[in-house]
Design a protein around this ligand. Structure first.
Ligand code: GLY
Length: 428
């Protein structure tokens, strides 16, 4: 089988690595890829947003199956275009992708079908949005740009002044362009966050191991939001919560999408918060999470490619994917200044060879001549798998000591919530 993966970050590296271990895969192309991915696949210099270029390439190379990593090409309708050309592709079509790409659609959908979620209001003008302070006036509140904003569209307003400033930036100054022309203002919820990813063909559902992302920049979940500073899997949930996730959130969502004529094939990612009154949906994403995928895929032992192809062909069975009874922990190494302005082009050095058990997924790297250098805010993902979460954490942080680039920043507490939860369980 000849496979094309669209994208060029840590998630796509993890996918390429996983598929490179699958016997029936003869050739893997990744567009555009990165120098790390080049160790598992052939990188092709086509941007993930260049749909005509990707289509031409897939036809020319007789690609059997294409997997879409990021949300942008899904929002642009890459799946519709590939299927129109008779090509097999993994991901939801443009309309079904709205569950991520149009946050007001997603919230109204959840409201209509009783999917547990925070209360919300949708506004299109500053005058309307300011009604919030005259009526509800509850802070902190979450303000989201309704459209895709490259991870920069979610804000926390701690008080009226901050809220008015965000409203001004989005609805008056249009700082996020069209993406911020409509905003969703949501109730602020507290609890532990969990990412639940499933593969679905619009009817059957295969669960991947759940994960916990760490979105804040600093330890103990402080500081600004980022694309994700690390993740571990599985995220331990009790039977009651798992039951709600399966029967009140995931299955009703997949079936309601179908009911609305939005057959959902691909990965459905539910970003949840487990509150004292049960899990609620913070967001749905229409793709694999990053960096969750880097922690999830090393645990999958079953036929991941088979499930993805079956989802695309509407033939998925409910047979669960076999997974390793272990933990995987991923730490993101980021550039100084991320998620705001950061320098790129810093040489990346490996002071010692990494242990063969350590996985290194490249997120934002490039070659400058013979030298590997930083090319983005999130640079590398270091991952270790072990039956004991504490050991997985120790080994990951030991491996990080062997890597250096100027300004390298990472969180030191990835996995701590999981260890605390396991300790509490043992005490009970
Ligand atoms: N880890 C967050 C995301 O993939 O959107």
């Amino acid at each position: 089988m000849r496979v094309l993966i669209v994208g060029g970050g840590g998630r796509e590296h993890a996918l390429a690595w996983k598929l490179s271990r699958t016997k029936r895969v003869r050739k893997i192309y990744v567009a555009p890829g990165n120098p790390g991915i080049a160790e598992n696949a052939t990188c092709v210099n086509i941007l993930a947003s260049d749909i005509p270029g990707l289509l031409r390439f897939a036809e020319e190379k007789k690609i059997d199956f294409t997997i879409i990593g990021p949300e942008l090409p899904l929002a642009m309708g890459i799946v519709d275009e590939f299927e129109r050309a008779g090509l097999k592709v993994f991901g939801p079509n443009r309309n079904a992708s709205r569950i991520e790409t149009d946050k007001s659609f997603a919230r109204e959908f959840m409201g209509k079908f009783g999917i547990p979620a925070p209360s919300f209001r949708i506004y299109e003008t500053a005058a309307e949005a300011l009604k919030y302070v005259r009526t509800i006036n509850r802070f902190p509140a979450i303000v989201k740009a309704s459209g895709l904003a490259g991870g920069k569209g979610v804000f926390t307003a701690n008080n009226k002044r901050e809220y008015e400033k965000i409203v001004d930036q989005l609805l008056v100054q249009h700082k996020l362009g069209e993406a911020g022309n409509r905003i969703v203002v949501e109730e602020f919820l507290t609890g532990q966050e969990a990412s639940v990813l499933v593969i679905t063909d619009g009817l059957s559902i295969n669960y991947l191991p759940s994960a916990q992302d760490h979105k804040k920049l600093y330890d103990r979940n402080r500081g600004p939001n980022t694309g994700g500073m690390g993740a571990y899997a599985p995220y331990p949930v009790n039977k009651r919560v798992a039951n709600i996730i399966e029967n009140v959130i995931i299955q009703p969502t997949v079936l309601a999408m179908r009911d609305q004529g939005l057959e959902y094939r691909g990965v459905l990612y539910a970003g949840l918060i487990v509150t004292s009154t049960g899990p609620k949906v913070l967001e749905f994403n229409c793709r694999f999470g990053d960096p969750e995928t880097q922690a999830i895929l090393p645990l999958v032992e079953g036929d991941l490619l088979g499930a993805m192809v079956a989802a695309a062909e509407r033939k998925l069975s409910d047979e669960p994917l076999r997974v390793k009874n272990s933990w995987a922990l991923c730490v993101v190494l980021a550039s100084a200044g991320y998620p705001n302005d950061y320098r790129v082009g810093e040489p990346i050095e490996f002071k010692q060879k990494l242990d063969p058990g350590t996985l290194l997924f490249h997120a934002g790297t490039k070659m400058d001549g013979q030298q590997l250098v930083t090319a983005s805010g999130r640079v590398l993902n270091v991952v270790t798998v072990h039956e004991n979460l504490k050991v997985a954490k120790q080994r990951t942080y030991e491996a990080i000591k062997k890597i250096h680039f100027r300004g390298m920043y990472y969180r030191k507490d990835i996995g701590n919530t999981g260890m605390k939860k396991m300790k509490r369980r043992r005490r009970k």
